[in-house]
Design a protein. Structure first.
Length: 440
């Protein structure tokens, strides 16, 4: 069978057509972004649904006996807060897809999985966006922390201050800027370090190969998974849950991970089928696609399970400081519709679309479902971030679409460029034979 392994060597090149398409996406994104900025700056970013803002403020007041009312009312709205909120959403969303590339790569080694060898380069390529995402994350937080996070305001933990908030003061040991900055930089730095080391191991494997290198990569993967298991949950608390500072959920770390994981799986699957369509990945067969389809299908259900469990526990417990999160969203004229769209895109559509065995093996269906899932989970993060940051001033328009298209174009170019650096198929991987003959 050695002749089969010799024939799998493929190199990806960024075609003029791909460059043109990415340039078009970037160009349209920039135009929409500029139009959106002009719209929100000229109108002050006001949302037409004033009733929505009133409901949120009322909900906050009722839920935490006045303390959250201060948070809900904020310190006056400026249109630039909408820009900051959208930067934060896209940073979190795309950094999640990138780190899931590392996570799923590491899982393959820890599990001694052979079927997925032909997909390893795609997982590794996703991780190359992490350094860019980290810079964007740090810069955004540096300029926007006061606009995104209520707990960063001056005097929030000082009983003598007009801004004093007793609930937030009780959390100041964890939610303070020096400690937050430390966690942010350490998490991003260690994630990037592991991604770089694992990708470097892939490069060595291409030239050296052998079981010893495979075992070293497995050990490195184990160390990453331990760190990621802890840091991903804390990052979810820091980057998203602390926006709604009075609110907390013990399931939130799992919820964010589930959303990241499904997005990452959909991205890997979509890239694989696009490469296959472009004439690459000749050894990728319908059995590999079937397994990736099962992952997208299964973890869409897992995401729904976490969503419903979190909602049900909070709904039936009916504890004010917990219910405020869903009250702000469900009783809003503006945000409420997005909750149902969110559930449709992230559960009903992939559940029905990928239910049958044949559906998971058809490229066209996988393309459609993966695109919908990626859009749906962007919306999921929009719902996590926007109500807490913008309150009654949330909106969806050219600014949101344009900025997301800019991020998408940059992300896609970085990943495509990473795919050109190594052969698409790791020909010296010790389990390549198993992957080539994978059958389900």
């Amino acid at each position: 069978m050695s002749h089969e392994i010799k024939n799998v060597e493929e190199y990806f090149q960024i075609s003029p057509k791909l460059k043109k398409n990415l340039a078009i996406i970037l160009g349209i994104g920039l135009v929409l972004f500029v139009i959106g900025l002009f719209q929100v700056s000229s109108s002050g970013g006001e949302h037409h649904g004033d009733h929505h803002g009133e409901l949120i403020n009322a909900a906050s007041t009722a839920s935490v006996q006045g303390a959250a009312a201060v948070e809900a009312e904020g310190h006056g709205f400026h249109w630039i807060q909408r820009l900051y909120a959208n930067l934060w959403i896209n940073n979190i969303y795309f950094i999640g897809i990138a780190i899931i590339g590392v996570f799923f790569f590491a899982i393959q080694y820890i599990a001694n999985a052979g079927w997925s060898v032909v997909l390893l380069r795609i997982m590794s390529a996703l991780s190359t966006f992490l350094p860019i995402a980290a810079v964007l994350m740090i810069v955004t937080f540096f300029f926007a922390n006061h606009d995104l996070f209520h707990w960063t305001h001056e005097g929030i933990a000082d009983p003598a201050s007009d801004n004093y908030d007793a609930i937030i003061a009780g959390k100041v040991g964890f939610l303070n800027l020096p400690f937050y900055w430390s966690r942010l930089i350490i998490f991003l730095g260690v994630w990037i370090l592991f991604a770089w080391m694992l990708r470097k191991q892939s490069g060595k494997e291409e030239s050296i190969g052998g079981v010893k290198l495979y075992k070293n990569t497995t050990k490195l993967s184990g160390a990453f998974l331990i760190f990621f298991g802890i840091s991903s949950s804390v990052a979810a608390w820091d980057w998203i849950m602390s926006i709604d500072t009075h609110w907390y959920s013990t399931m939130f770390g799992w919820y964010v991970f589930a959303s990241w994981f499904v997005s990452g799986l959909a991205a890997i699957t979509l890239i694989a089928v696009l490469l296959k369509d472009a004439g690459f990945m000749k050894v990728l067969n319908e059995n590999h696609l079937h397994d990736m389809g099962k992952f997208v299908f299964g973890f869409s259900i897992f995401w729904t399970y976490i969503w419903f469990s979190q909602f049900l526990l909070i709904y039936y417990a009916n504890i004010p400081e917990e219910t405020v999160y869903f009250w702000e969203r469900l009783n809003s004229d503006y945000y409420s519709k997005f909750i149902f769209i969110n559930l449709f895109l992230n559960f009903f559509f992939p559940f029905l679309g990928l239910m049958t065995r044949d559906a998971k093996r058809k490229i066209i269906l996988l393309k459609i479902v993966c695109v919908i899932v990626l859009i749906g989970h962007w919306l999921d993060f929009y719902l996590m971030v926007t109500p807490g940051t913008l309150k009654g001033h949330g909106n969806f328009g050219f600014l949101e679409i344009g900025l997301t298209m800019i991020y998408l174009a940059v992300f896609a170019f970085v990943v495509a460029n990473a795919l050109t650096k190594l052969p698409l198929i790791p020909k010296k991987h010790p389990m390549l034979e198993e992957s080539l003959h994978h059958h389900t």
